[in-house]
Design a protein around this ligand. Structure first.
Ligand code: LLP
Length: 403
């Protein structure tokens, strides 16, 4: 793999330098189409979880392709509005934020999704005309690792399904306008049975809310990271869930909208991260390939033990050797251990796959390094969509005090 839409990675590196994030718009569009085609319901709403990738150009394309936006902070809402989304196309699902931020979101007119009973009570009594969605915690254990499993009983997310009687008393007493129910149980969900199980729990809760307009199944759709990796069969999920959803709507007496809010599914596979090898360092036990990046630019392997496939695109047909690919940061920042990669020499360009979701968006300036540039390939043309940072960015908010 050394090019996208006819544009060579090495050519992009010559023009934009490294480290460099590159996104293939065709792959994002393919994933949007796949999801749309998988579901057979009267109204499917796909809200892109922009925490995964927040470049405004990509947000714009996704809107053109019919997506709304899933946001978790007021800043993500502002970004969405900046990208041209109407407030009505944005869902805001905060967790543990102050009520002042939620009030700002309500004033902007976005759909708020509340996951805390006291907040529900406050919003219901101060904003009686606001339609509110409730995030339910169905107490289902799901997700690829502990940090991204959020629907279990010890999780801080959602209102416990066991607290529904209390929620219902509140809804009736304050005449709250509950127009949606939501759940999101985790990311990288291995077992599709989780969606079926959790959807039954949601349907059961939904029967008690007569004014719903939508049910939001969150996300957690798993994409492959390795050859032969397990991934969510969205076509199968679409068949199963469309059937049970349509049956539920019939029983409910109204056509509801079915919402999903994928991050990884839409953008993970569209992204490539290109880095340059600085050194090959042989120690008594290991051959390290040290590159011009680190946990400051792509933290997923160090934070979650995530796997990103790595290819040496400067020597694709070279003899495979075993490497630990590491960064240049002042603490252990291992991208990959004991990985067979075509022989690497200093100066070679390595390409990390699945770099579209939670890679740039989780980057930092640790070690006072600049964040990389981002390039988008669309209609066989490359566009620089974010400049590489400079010293100005590191100094921008620092104030030289008169000490
Ligand atoms: N909806 C809500 C309420 C969420 O919290 C998330 C992700 C999503 C949707 C999108 O989930 P996805 O389709 O991307 O699985 N940084 C981690 C993933 C954290 C996910 C946080 N919430 C990673 O790199 O694996």
């Amino acid at each position: 793999m050394n090019s996208i839409q006819g544009i060579s990675f090495l050519d992009l590196v010559d023009r934009y330098g490294t480290p460099l994030y590159v996104y293939d718009a065709d792959i994002i569009k393919r994933q949007v189409d796949r999801l749309n085609n998988a579901f057979h319901v009267p109204h499917l709403g796909i809200h892109f979880a922009c925490k995964a990738l927040n470049n405004i150009n990509i947000l714009k394309l996704l809107r053109e392709w019919g997506c709304g936006l899933d946001t978790v902070s007021i800043q993500e809402i502002w970004l969405g509005l900046e990208a041209g989304y109407k407030a009505s196309e944005i869902i805001y699902t905060p967790n543990c934020v102050g009520v002042d931020e939620i009030e700002m979101a309500i004033k902007l007119g976005v759909q708020v999704n509340i996951d805390h009973i006291e907040t529900l009570e406050y919003i219901g009594s101060h904003y009686p005309d606001t339609k509110i969605c409730i995030r339910i915690n169905p107490h289902v254990m799901a997700g690829g690792n502990e940090k991204i499993s959020v629907g279990h009983i010890d999780s801080k997310f959602g209102i416990s399904i066991y607290q529904m009687p209390l929620v219902l008393r509140l809804v009736q007493a304050l005449k709250l306008k509950i127009n949606g129910l939501h759940m999101h149980t985790g990311s990288d969900i291995l077992d599709p049975g989780v969606f079926t199980l959790a959807s039954e729990i949601l349907f059961d809760a939904a029967r008690k809310f007569p004014d719903l307009e939508f049910i939001d199944f969150g996300s957690g759709l798993k994409v492959p990271y390795k050859v032969d990796d397990v991934s969510t069969d969205v076509e199968e999920l679409g068949e199963l869930l469309s059937k049970s959803f349509n049956e539920f709507c019939k029983e409910y007496g109204r056509e509801l909208k079915l919402y999903f809010e994928p991050g990884k599914f839409l953008v993970s596979q569209s992204g490539y991260f290109l880095v340059k090898t600085n050194v090959i360092k042989q120690t008594p036990s290991t051959v390290f390939a040290g590159v011009d990046s680190g946990l400051n630019h792509l933290i997923r392997p160090m934070f979650y033990g995530s796997y990103h496939s790595i290819e040496n695109i400067s020597n694709e047909t070279g003899r495979p050797r075993i490497y630990n690919v590491v960064g240049y940061i002042c603490e252990t920042d291992t991208f990959a251990s004991n990985r067979a990669i075509s022989e690497i020499h200093p100066g070679d360009i390595l390409c990390f796959k699945n770099a579209g979701a939670y890679c740039y968006s989780m980057s930092s300036n640790y070690n006072s390094r600049f964040r990389p540039a981002e390039v988008l390939i669309h209609n066989s043309k490359d566009y620089l969509i974010r400049k590489r940072e400079t010293m100005d960015d590191l100094l921008r908010n620092q104030i030289i005090a008169d000490l």
